[in-house]
Ligand binder design. Sequence first.
Ligand code: RB5
Length: 151
Amino acid sequence: MSKVIAMGCDHGGPEFKNELKAYLEGLGNTVIDCGIQPGEAVDYPEKAFEVASKVVSGEAELGILVCGTGIGMSMAANKVKGIRAAACSEVYSAKLTRIHNNANILCLGARVIGIETAKLMVEEFVNAEFEGGRHQRRVDLITKIEQENSL
Ligand code: RB5
């Protein structure tokens, strides 16, 4: 099923992001490319916020963020209310984080994962659907923490 996906990266992985963008488009998805491009540089929290904002607003159904490790992007994106960003480095987790956690952003490390593995990861992430049921209760508990425990 084709989806609208917001993508962004820092200088840790513009080529990696562009290759994944082309792959997802080749599968029939629409990609909103938030940059950056090779030769540019940006602090990863800025791109994480830009992509997260598009997901929370509904402009994009899902987001994909790329930095050197995927970790900084996930930390920043998870500060945005309504975002469940997962930093993954293999296919099983990338698929299950949609099915069980209803993750809406996948974060990838361009210096950690090979591009062919990353292609399979984004494909599984985008095609998988949240299972709901017992998992809905757990995701609701994550949201409860987000809403009730801001210090
Ligand atoms: C940038 O050099 C690097 O720190 C960043 O891409 C990322 O790995 C942070 O988590």
